[in-house]
Design a protein around this ligand. Structure first.
Ligand code: C5P
Length: 318
């Protein structure tokens, strides 16, 4: 297979055309970003860890009846995928309250969410990925009501499969983000599933094993990615799916950087929002919610200080 012209360059992956009809190459680069691109780095080998875990999970899901775009690996960081017409939705499944759901709503970090909560955002960087609801998705013609129902069913199936696989490795699958595309009439899982797109906690120690290590400077990111990649892809290959109720041990609350309106970055730099200021407004409607969250300072319940990322205060933590 020959790699041809670059089709799309995202924050951490590049997609190339190939000489094979209907197939692309996805290159997982070593770039890592967070806070809406406000924090950026290049971490050696990061691309190959994420590619390896994604490939492993795509194969596992395929074996369990989930259609994905995965074809094969060309080398440790380049994946051959089927061409999909991507649906611009970020489908987030949450089993435990953490991240933006804790910042935007009155959930305590670590609370088990049963049944899992699906949140769907509009994948649109310029609009900072606002949260959608079913009516908006259909009205914007992003997906039909039937497709949306199918997307949710597949997302919950993926969640059940991943929760089991991670549990067998002593890992709590806190939440994750996935993206879908159409291949003819089939809805297929696309993009990636990696330490960049999942929130993973060690069941015994509650240690973060994902991009939160980078976001909140909790330790050596690459050492964590290396360890967790091995952990996910080694034993789990032989032993998928033990039925264990996911126990969520108590976790020390983590201090997160305060959210700011995207439009007031300059002012924000001059007068940083104090992380201890409580949120002013409860949010009611999904789309308004993110905007409100951006306006309102964040309520922080931190005992353990986590260093604020250097540079701009982020509008969001992704
Ligand atoms: O930031 P938030 O808590 O909403 O993220 C939920 C999950 O979705 C996390 O695992 C995060 O890494 C993932 N995510 C992502 N890409 C985005 C948004 C969220 O991978 N654009």
């Amino acid at each position: 297979m020959k790699q041809k012209a670059l089709l799309y360059k995202g924050k951490a992956k590049s997609v190339f055309r190939t000489d094979v009809k209907g197939q692309f190459i996805v290159e997982f680069r070593d770039d890592i970003t967070a806070f809406d691109g406000g924090k950026k780095d290049v971490l050696k080998n990061k691309g190959s860890y994420n590619a390896g875990v994604s490939a492993f999970l795509f194969e596992y899901l395929e074996k369990n009846g989930v259609p994905t775009h995965f074809v094969k690996m060309l080398d440790p960081r380049r994946m051959v995928v089927r061409e999909l017409a991507m649906i611009p939705l970020e489908v987030i499944v949450r089993n435990v309250a953490a991240g933006s759901i804790v910042r935007n709503y009155p959930f305590k970090e670590g609370t088990k969410l049963s049944p899992p909560i699906i949140v769907i955002d509009y994948k649109d960087d310029a609009r900072h990925d606002p949260m959608l609801n079913d009516e908006l998705i259909v009205a914007l013609k992003l997906a039909t009501a039937k497709e949306l129902a199918e997307i949710k069913t597949i997302a919950l199936k993926i969640n059940a499969l991943l929760v089991k696989l991670m549990a067998a490795q002593g890992i709590t699958l806190v939440d994750f983000k996935i993206e879908f595309g159409r291949s003819g009439k089939t809805i297929c899982l696309g993009d990636e599933i990696s330490m960049d797109s999942m929130r993973l906690w060690d069941k015994k120690t509650n240690e973060s094993l994902d991009k939160d290590v980078y976001r909140f400077e909790k330790g050596d990111v690459m050492a964590t990615y290396n360890r967790v990649a091995k952990r996910i892809t080694t034993k789990a290959a032989a032993a998928p799916a033990k039925k264990t109720a996911a126990k969520v041990p108590a976790r020390k609350p983590v201090k997160v950087p305060a959210k700011k309106p995207a439009t007031t970055k300059t002012a924000a730099k001059k007068a940083p929002v104090k992380a201890s200021v409580p949120a002013k407004k409860p949010v009611k409607k999904p789309v308004a919610a993110k905007a409100a969250a951006k306006r309102a300072p964040v309520k922080i319940v931190a005992k353990k200080a986590v260093k604020k990322p250097a540079g701009k205060t982020p509008a969001k933590t992704r």
